[in-house]
Write a protein that binds this ligand. Structure first.
Ligand code: FMN
Length: 409
């Protein structure tokens, strides 16, 4: 591992990384595990007409199984599709005579006390080394450049310490897939806290992986290791799967299934950090999570990768804020591909909107600059929608009433 040359690490981080590298080298078979997987090395801004088109630009250039793992959804992919099409059922009323200049528009907002240049953040996604050799390090850099928040998945291809270093002073969150083994949870959360994570995202919508036929068809196995699992396994020799050569089902099999409200408090007490509960669709679950101490609710159906028969995330988006009653902020994701989608999600009660797959496509096509291009493109579309709707900032968007067909009959 050539951490110093590659990433120019701070001495303290370098020492930590070397310890992790030594621990990993001590793990039988791991140090010699080589992958022939070749990800993109691109590093340049990308020209984007719209985010949906990025998928077809990436498809021919990426290994079939990896692309399928990123793109696909569960079963018939009804939920994957409806996540985006459901936005079409609500309308933004054009407003004129509002005295707005483009220069009046302001996208800045905040989340859990963190200042953001845009209400658009990156959703945590596993295995970003499939998209680019620098994986989560490049994403963290691109997101930092956009003035937004990077979130690292437990199943990422880079360590917590590496992404903390890559983002510099920019805030980051750590997404926890709780393990059945509490020793892993304690070990990993301690590292996240020590590395400066500003919040823990507790994902609770994946007690099993959704039935994703694409992964079955390609017999997809992760070609790269998941170092945040490897570091623990190297020190505890517990025989757990650490990513490379495993399918998502094997990885999920190690994760906790029987979630209860007490798990929220467990993570809060261990870290002293805000806990964001991710994967909420039902208003009842939102109420339970807030009562149990959640510091934010992340409305998501995992981008249509879990329960194919569930509602589109946007369809439940007005219900959850009603249940939450502004007690904690709301983050929204699943299906966001347009500035108008961001606008509509904010107007339906979200405080911040997250984007998943398009960020990985941007990462593949342009590295950290590609990630930045994706956020900038969404910002551009959002600004146009704001101007045409007469909403000069995020607060004004949140106060905007959306219309449905019933309003016009
Ligand atoms: C390839 C991929 C990997 C993902 N990995 C994780 C993960 O590790 N943890 C998590 O909480 N959500 C994960 N998600 C879900 C995203 O955080 C997010 O909810 C979803 O991608 C949003 O939908 P969108 O892709 O339509 O924007 C993943 C999604 C994708 C596409």
């Amino acid at each position: 591992m050539i951490y110093e040359d590659q990433y120019n690490l701070h001495p303290t981080m370098l020492a930590k990384s070397l310890c992790l590298a030594l621990a990993m080298a001590a793990m039988p078979g791991l140090a010699s595990a080589q992958s022939t997987y070749q990800a993109s090395t691109a590093e340049a801004p990308i020209n984007i007409v719209n985010l949906a088109e990025l998928e077809e630009q990436v498809r021919p250039a990426m290994e079939e199984g990896a692309f399928g793992y990123i793109r696909s959804g569960a079963e018939n992919e009804i939920n994957l599709r409806s996540n985006s099409t459901s936005f079409d059922r609500k309308y933004i009323m054009p407003r004129i005579l509002q005295g707005l200049e483009s220069s009046d528009l302001n996208l800045a907002t905040s989340l859990l006390g963190i200042e953001l240049k845009t209400p658009i953040i990156q959703a945590p996604m596993a295995a970003q080394g499939l998209a680019h050799v620098e994986g989560e390090i490049a994403t963290a850099r691109g997101i930092a450049k956009s003035g937004s928040i990077f979130s690292l998945s437990t199943y990422g291809n880079k360590t917590i310490e590496e992404v903390a270093e890559a983002g510099g002073d920019n805030p980051f969150f750590f997404q926890l897939y709780m393990s059945k083994n509490d020793a892993f949870n304690e070990f990993t959360l301690k590292r996240a806290k020590e590395s400066g994570a500003k919040a823990i995202i507790l994902t609770v919508d994946s007690p099993v992986g959704g039935y994703r036929e694409e992964d079955i068809r390609t017999d997809f196995k992760f070609p790269l290791g998941m170092p945040n699992l490897e570091v623990f396994a190297a020190q505890h020799d517990d025989g757990s799967k650490t990513g490379q050569g495993s399918g998502i089902t094997e990885i999920y099999a190690q994760a906790k299934q029987a979630f209860t409200p007490d798990d929220i408090n467990y993570v809060k007490e261990l870290t002293g950090l805000p806990v964001i509960v991710k994967g909420v669709q039902s208003p009842s679950d939102a109420r339970i999570a807030v009562k149990a101490g959640a510091d934010a609710i992340w409305v998501s159906n995992h981008g249509g990768r879990q329960l194919d028969s569930g509602p589109a995330s946007f369809d439940v988006s007005p219900l959850v804020p009603k249940a939450v009653k502004k007690r904690v902020p709301i983050i929204f994701d699943s299906g966001v591909r347009r500035g108008s989608h961001v606008f509509k999600a904010l107007a339906s009660g979200a405080d911040v909107v997250a984007v998943g797959r398009p960020i990985l496509y941007g990462l593949h096509l342009g590295g950290s600059e590609g990630v930045h291009s994706v956020i900038e493109h969404l910002n551009k579309e959002l600004r146009i929608n704001m101007m045409l709707a007469g909403a000069k900032d995020v607060e004004a968007i949140k106060k905007t009433r959306l219309y449905t067909d019933e309003d016009f009959n």
